[in-house]
Design a protein around this ligand. Structure first.
Ligand code: NAD
Length: 490
């Protein structure tokens, strides 16, 4: 891997402390950072290098999956000595000029070619101004590569996403922009590509002839927490559906490309999102369920309703739950409904995909008053990382009757790198497979836009659901209309 400078905007923020420093540290310990690297942290406050390095060390001790005590102090010191701090206000041109001097002096000191990664761990309203200043200050003029990492939200709707992208494109080429959707960093989402594409037996049945429906669930037990200001303007549709849910759907429905390369995977994902049947505004209520949590009990604890949460308008019509039925209009998936549901304050925390296979043998044992269960492939993404397959077997331990049996594969969770580790590593080596390409982002917004408008115009009823439940009953009815039901509670 080539030497590089990692310029971190928002270095004193929460994301940097909880995720980015631990990820960099684990990459360092695993020998996955280049032999020479410089990390420059930027924040509004004045800080000495020493204080900054101690803050980084503190965050490793608190948040790293591998405790800072687990490595030798010389390793830790070598890691921390790569960090420098520079105060910068995102709007101040002079601050960028000084930053360039610091970046260059470290490159000279370490005798490094200039490859620069700019990580924007700051509020999204700063993305465009920072990208422009990087260009105008000369920070973007490198001998080697330059890359930009940003994290969702990429816009608030289709038009703001387009205008943000147009501004970023003035300073960075598309292949230099790495958009993090941290779901794409999760090991089971990355594993989907292999599970589905690299197994001929699964490939053979991965189509409308064998699959009855696909169910993608991302449920949380938490409420709006401290994010009221952001969440009340976003809702589950922007916070989860436009990005994470649609990314997981694209990864699930991928067609087999001729070779697995980042650009082929990107093309296959684009084809899926492009083939999504549009949900038109007037008919949105037929395919989309919108909900908002009321008070209730979660994990044995009484919790307030959404409208009683601090910072939420008492009249808010914001969605904390969305379920939808989607159709992919291509010959492979014709007639197979893809259901998605996501919500806060649900009965359990789980992100998973359930693939229900068609069951032509259902009545094979009717003469014995028994019916077979459909085969299910369950891919658990979070909090467990597991793949299980449900098939029919005889229960010899009791009456010899048919019963569903599970075959499971569990990932060894404590040994797995975290999503940010994987994504930062990929960005450093220039592999964009698990980042959101602009095409996907734009097409996702395009698909979601009529639903956003239908919500705003109240064309989709807002159902209330009790905290700690499985969401509004209307979400069960959505599947019942097609003769299906949600497998497993959230
Ligand atoms: P934060 O408020 O904790 O930190 C913000 C950082 O931005 C600080 O370092 C601050 O110094 C810097 N900053 C603010 N105004 C500035 C200015 N005018 N000039 C220069 N620097 C300025 O925020 P956070 O939680 O670290 O989140 C950062 C970004 O990452 C946000 O866009 C957020 O949506 C996103 N994000 C955060 C998390 C998380 O877990 N915290 C998860 C996913 C995405």
């Amino acid at each position: 891997m080539e030497p590089m400078t990692y310029v971190l905007f928002g270095a004193t923020g929460d994301l940097a402390k909880r995720k980015i420093y631990p990820a960099l540290y684990n990459l360092f310990v695993d020998g996955k950072l280049p032999p020479s690297f410089s990390i420059i942290g930027l924040g509004r406050r004045e800080l000495s290098n020493d204080t900054f390095q101690s803050q980084v060390e503190q965050s490793l001790r608190q948040f790293s999956r591998r405790s800072a005590n687990a490595v030798s102090s010389s390793d830790l010191n070598a890691f921390l000595s790569a960090f420098r701090y520079h105060p910068l206000d995102v709007n101040n041109t002079e601050d960028y000029r000084k930053l360039l001097q610091l970046v260059k002096s470290r490159e000279d000191e370490l005798n490094m070619k200039s490859n620069r990664l700019f990580y924007l761990s700051v509020a999204p309203e700063f993305f465009d101004v920072i990208a422009l200043q990087i260009k105008e200050s000369g920070l973007g003029d490198t001998e080697g590569w330059k890359r930009l990492i940003i994290e969702k939200p990429f816009g608030h709707d289709l038009s703001s996403a387009r205008s943000l992208n147009a501004k970023l494109s003035e300073a960075f080429e598309e292949n230099e922009i790495y958009r993090i959707d941290h779901y794409l960093g999760k090991s089971m989402v990355q594993n989907l590509e292999t599970l589905v594409l690299a197994n001929p037996v699964i490939q053979a049945v991965w189509n409308k002839d064998h699959i009855a429906n696909v169910q993608i669930t991302a449920s949380e037990t938490v409420g709006v927490e401290e994010r009221a200001g952001y969440y009340d303007n976003a809702g589950a549709i922007r916070d989860m559906v436009q990005n994470h849910m649609l990314q997981v759907l694209m990864m699930t429905a991928l067609h087999l490309p001729s070779q697995i390369t980042p650009s082929n995977i990107k093309d296959e994902k684009r084809k899926i999102i492009q083939s999504l049947q549009p949900i038109n505004k007037p008919e949105a209520a037929l395919s989309v369920v919108r909900g908002q949590y009321a008070s209730g009990s979660v994990n044995g604890k009484d919790v307030p309703g959404y409208l009683e949460e601090p910072g939420i308008e008492a009249t808010s019509k914001n969605d904390t739950f969305v379920a939808a039925r989607l159709w992919i209009e291509d010959p492979k998936w014709e007639g197979v409904p893809f259901y998605i549901r996501t919500g806060k304050r649900m009965s359990g925390k789980s992100t998973r995909i359930v693939v229900e296979f068609k069951n032509p043998t259902k009545e094979l044992y009717l003469s014995r008053n028994e019916i077979t269960s459909p085969n299910l492939l369950v891919i658990e993404i979070n909090p467990n990382e597991r793949v299980s397959f449900q098939f029919n077997g005889k229960n010899f331990a009791s009456n010899g009757n048919l019963e569903p049996v599970q075959l499971s594969f569990n990932a060894e969770q404590d040994k797995l790198p975290e999503a940010y580790e994987r994504l930062i590593f990929d960005a450093l080596r220039g592999d964009a497979t698990f980042f959101a390409h602009w095409n996907e982002v734009e097409l996702s917004w395009q698909w979601v836009q009529p639903i956003l408008e239908a919500f705003e115009e109240n064309l989709v009823p807002l159902h209330s659901y009790e905290a700690g439940s499985n969401g509004p009953e209307a979400s069960d009815q959505l599947l019942e209309e097609d003769g299906f039901e949600w497998w497993l509670d959230p």
